[in-house]
Design a protein around this ligand. Sequence first.
Ligand code: ACO
Length: 213
Amino acid sequence: YEIRIVTEEDTEAVLELLKKNFFLDEPLNDYVKLIEFKDSTCEELEQFCKEKIHEKNSVMAITPSGQILGVSLNGTLEEDYGDVEQCQNPKFKKILKLLNHCAKIFQPIFNERFPKSSKVLNIRVLSSDSAWRGQGIAGALIKRSRQIAQEQGYDLIRVDCSSHFSARAVSKLGYELVYELKYEDYKDNGEVVFKLPHPHTCVAFFIQSTTSP
Ligand code: ACO
C-alpha cells in the first residue's frame, strides 16, 4: 500500500471506512453506542471528519486496487473541541465534553513546556480497517503525518489517544506523554462517566517535535 494525502474526492470512501470502523469501534464511540442502528450515522462526527479532510493534511493508506486500509485525519490545533454546548447529539456531546475537559487541563501544561507560538498539527481521528490491525498501518500513518507537519511548517504534532492501541502506536514512535486522565477519575456528579473495557484505561495526550530525529 502507499500513503498519500486525503483529497476532497476521497471524502466518501474515507467516510465509508470510518463508518464501518471508527464510528463503531473507537473506544468512546463504542461505549456510548454512538451508532445505534445498522447503517445509521452520526452527522456531527461526519461533519468533524469532513472539516479535517478540508484542511488537506490528512493521510490514508491505500492499496494499488484502491482499497483504503487506514486513515489519519489531521487538523490545525484549536485549543479545544469547540462549543460543546451547541452539540445536539447527547452521545457525541458526552465524548466532546470529556475531550474538552482534557484539552483545558492540558493547555497550561503545554504552555509551560513549549513556546506559546508553536504551530501544532493534531491527529484527530486515527483508524485502520479491522481486518488489517496490528500490522503497523497506524504507525505508518502517524509517521507520514509528522512528515507532512514538518513540510507545512508545523513545530509539533499532537495525538489525543482515547485508545490503548493508538497510545501504544505513538509510544513506540517515541512520542512524549504530556498529559493523561484515567477514565476512572473522570466523574460527573460523583459517577464515573466512561467505564471502558480492558485495556483502555485513560485518555492520553502525546507530543512530538517535527524536527527531532
Ligand atoms: N488488538 C490487539 N492489539 C492491537 C489491536 C487490536 N485490536 N489494534 C492494534 N493493536 C496493537 C498493535 O499490535 C500494536 O502494538 P504492538 O506493537 O505491541 O504489537 C499497536 O496496537 C499499534 O499497532 P499498529 O499496527 O501501528 O496500529 P493499527 O494499524 O492496528 O491501528 C488503531 C491502531 C488505529 C488504534 C486501530 O486499533 C483502530 O482503528 N482502532 C479503533 C479506532 C480507534 O480506537 N482509534 C484511535 C482513537 S484515538 C485517535 O483517534 C487519535
